[in-house]
Design a protein. Sequence first.
Length: 255
Amino acid sequence: MYGFKVLSNVIDEKVGEDSFIRNINNTKLHFENGKVITKILPIKLPLLKYKPSKYKGMANPNIGAFDIETYKHKDGNSKVYALGFTNLEKSKYSEVFKYYLGYQGKTSDDIIIKCINDMLTVKNRDHIYFTHNLGGFDIVFILAAMKRVNIEKGFEYYIIDTRLRDTKVLKSVVRVKTPSGYSKITLVDSYNLLIDSLDNLCKSFGSNVKKGLLPYGFITYETLNYVGNTPSIEYYKVKNKTIELQDYIELYKKD
């Protein structure tokens, strides 16, 4: 490598018969056959400053669970007859807010909207509610009820932002405008995080709370207010298989 000083701040370095690199302060120019083919310019980047975050004990305490139950109506369509939600609280037992057809509303839409509005109150706003298989079933009833309210009001009272993967809903953000700003809740499908049945998940994590057994085949419009003995064992099925007799005996009650 050869070099000679032309000016006080310029150094030329020969790299070939017809090429050289000219250094001007911190800038380099690569000449070849009298033409500049490469420029190397210095860039000053700001120093990165470390900002330690304060540990708050939990990433997001504003989380909860949400679920609905449906029955087969006499018109052949599934309709919501019960739903509810609960928030993660510091106390050992959190309150569960429940809504039943005929008690909190006369129609499925009534109890859905009542529940959603309560979730959007100041106490519950900004919460993330996890629902197992939300995108595969529950969300259809929730979105349909809110859309009907928007049509009746003539404007987007419920502002809905839904995220999908292919044709399945992953999450849905619901907002309403209030005098103090926007109230927002987020419904997330927990099945995408924990791919198993709730019953198996409870067993896997050693939960003291177990998923109960419901006689889904017994629940119709006519039996919604049924009072009497525990329905027959054939109405209790898990994965289309009738439950064991011992399990039925444990849950059986008269009147």
